[in-house]
Design a protein around this ligand. Structure first.
Ligand code: SAJ
Length: 433
């Protein structure tokens, strides 16, 4: 057991699993959160977010006395800042939580300590924002206080496995800082750890998510084009990806989550004239809820007066309870604004939300259209017979290519697919075996 004392600021999606991981590897972890409810729950071994196995791990860490939570920091060997960096209305980074966390730890800093920023931040944050605050401790930065950026790369739903096994990039403000931070993370990381400068690590993190956002935008653009041309984008993608150097991503109703929908903006903010593809990709992905609304309008164009739409799934991606930046929330807002839509929503993962139905059948009652918005596992085998019995019109609009068209049509439903347009020419379905 290594006995290191670690103070983690921010007990959310990243700070909490990281705390639990250090605590179950023999460290004494003092978790800090401004939200007293989170602190109280944690001290009872409970968690307020959904992530496989995290509850068991947190419970073990708290029971063993290795993990405690508080609203104030304590002296420690290392301080990890894992607070949100949301974007403002004008798409600039809101760094207020990073600033207040850094200010909060200054009185507790001692010679030899490490300060690590985990929060995703615009390139240059450690050097230009964090270091000037930490200098108030009177310690010589890089000699007496070691500072750097260690971005997480974990995927919600697989956080615990990925925390341990993913490669990690650690950027220091000098080599000694990077090496000391690496030694700390080696306590639980099995993946390779690569060292670089703090600003390179920050840009690297932003580009990883931007790469994905840009590629999804390309797929979404293709989906719109295929709808117009009268072919199926999913077939194009499947066939194009048989090329050994092509990996087209999947279209969908938009890009959500606290990473892909936000991080590219941190690059655009600092480089507005240069980040042109990045900006266009953001615009394309943000246009998808509006595009889905257009498809819904077109599918239901023959219904005069009020129509009812049933939305399945509200989380930003499958099998999680996280609705941050969910494009489905935007779609619901757009439907609301049209005024002629009744809406019902069902998501087995999310606890409470607008237009919430208790189950699939209640959600389908008097509905004209089911929109499969999130491909949760629970939706794979929908009780279409029972749902169809209570619907006014039996139509299903699949925004994720989740269902088999023929299974849906066999249940007497009309099947509509995002990324597929009506064709007057050859019908290509079924050619791919
Ligand atoms: N999506 C598509 N088409 C696709 C893939 C995803 O429309 O082909 C949509 C999803 O529906 C979702 C959004 O993109 O709305 C984001 O989902 P995601 O699974 O791509 O990513 P996140 O935001 O859950 O996690 C990402 C990961 N980054 C990369 O894969 C490069 C994760 O490794 C990072 O740790 C995380 O961001 C983060 O914290 O930055």
């Amino acid at each position: 057991m290594n006995g290191k004392k670690i103070c983690v600021i921010g007990l959310g999606y990243i700070g909490l699993p990281t705390s639990a991981m250090f605590a179950t590897h023999g460290c004494k972890v003092h978790g800090v959160d401004v939200n007293k409810q989170v602190v109280d729950a944690l001290n009872q071994g409970k968690i307020v977010i959904e992530e496989p196995y995290l509850d068991i791990m947190v419970q073990a860490a708290v029971r063993s006395g290795h993990l405690k939570a508080d609203t104030k920091p304590q002296e420690a060997d290392a301080f990890i800042i894992a607070v949100p960096t949301p974007k403002n209305e004008d798409n600039t980074a809101d760094m207020s939580c990073v600033v207040s966390s850094a200010e909060m730890i200054v009185p507790y800093l001692r010679k030899g300590n490490l300060v690590i920023l985990e929060s995703t931040s615009p390139a240059g944050t450690v050097e230009n924002l964090l270091v000037p605050i930490l200098e108030k401790s009177g310690l010589k930065i890089g000699e007496e206080l070691f500072v750097g950026h260690s971005p997480e790369r974990v995927l919600p739903g697989r956080i615990l496995w990925e925390l341990v096994n993913n490669n990690r990039i650690i950027g220091g403000i000098n080599r000694e800082s990077a090496e000391k931070i690496r030694d700390l993370y080696k306590i639980f990381v099995n993946g390779e750890i690569y060292l670089t400068t703090a600003t390179t690590a920050e840009m690297c993190k932003l580009m990883e998510n931007t790469y994905r956002d840009v590629n999804i935008a390309l797929a979404n653009e293709l989906a719109k084009i295929c709808e117009k041309v009268g072919i199926n984008a999913w077939e194009v993608i499947e066939l194009a990806n048989k090329h050994p150097r092509v990996n087209l991503h999947q279209p969908g109703p938009g890009v959500g989550g606290h990473c892909l929908a936000i991080d590219p903006w941190f690059i655009i903010e600092k480089n507005p004239d240069l980040a042109r593809i990045i900006k266009m990709s953001r615009d394309t992905n943000e246009s998808m809820p509006q595009h889905v609304l257009g498809r819904i309008d077109a599918i239901l164009k023959n219904i005069k007066g009020s129509r009812k739409v049933t939305i399945l799934g509200i989380a930003y991606k499958p099998n999680i309870d996280d609705t941050r930046e969910s494009p489905i929330l935007k779609l619901i807002d757009l439907l609301d604004k049209k005024g002629n839509y009744k809406i019902s929503v069902y998501d087995p993962h999310v606890k409470s939300y607008k237009y919430q139905a208790r189950n699939l059948i209640e959600a389908a009652e008097d509905s004209d259209l089911i929109v499969l918005a999130v491909n949760h596992d629970e939706f794979k085998y929908l009780p279409l017979d029972d749902m169809g019995n209570v619907m006014r019109n039996k139509i299903l609009f699949d925004t994720r290519n989740f269902f088999n068209r023929y299974d849906v049509e066999n249940k007497g439903f009309r099947y509509e697919l995002l990324g597929e347009g009506e064709t007057n020419g050859a019908k290509l379905d079924g050619f791919i075996v």
